[in-house]
Unconditional design. Structure first.
Length: 91
């Protein structure tokens, strides 16, 4: 239990000191940050790895009530996530 608390404290300190992993640059990043930050931190995707179909499903689920997001933005978000957070390959 103490190890979990220590790890949590270290993670908070590292994030506060700028050691946290950041989102990769690339096409769709600004759209992703703008649209998705309305509900949560865009950094929430760091560490997640999904196929393009899985990202499409997740983005569709998250935006199901956001009728003001243009289709081009949804596509840009899915492409950004699929390119930068693909499934991890098994060695």
């Amino acid at each position: 239990m103490m190890l979990v608390r220590t790890a949590g404290v270290f993670a908070c300190l590292a994030a506060g000191l700028g050691f946290a992993e950041s989102l990769p640059d690339g096409p769709g990043k600004e759209t992703f940050e703008r649209v998705c930050s309305a509900c949560h931190s865009p950094e929430a995707v760091i560490g997640l790895h999904k196929t393009k179909a899985e990202w499409k499903s997740k983005v569709t689920e998250m935006l199901q009530e956001a009728t003001d997001v243009p289709d081009a933005d949804v596509t840009a978000i899915i492409e950004y996530l699929a390119k930068n957070f693909p499934p991890k390959s098994n060695p």
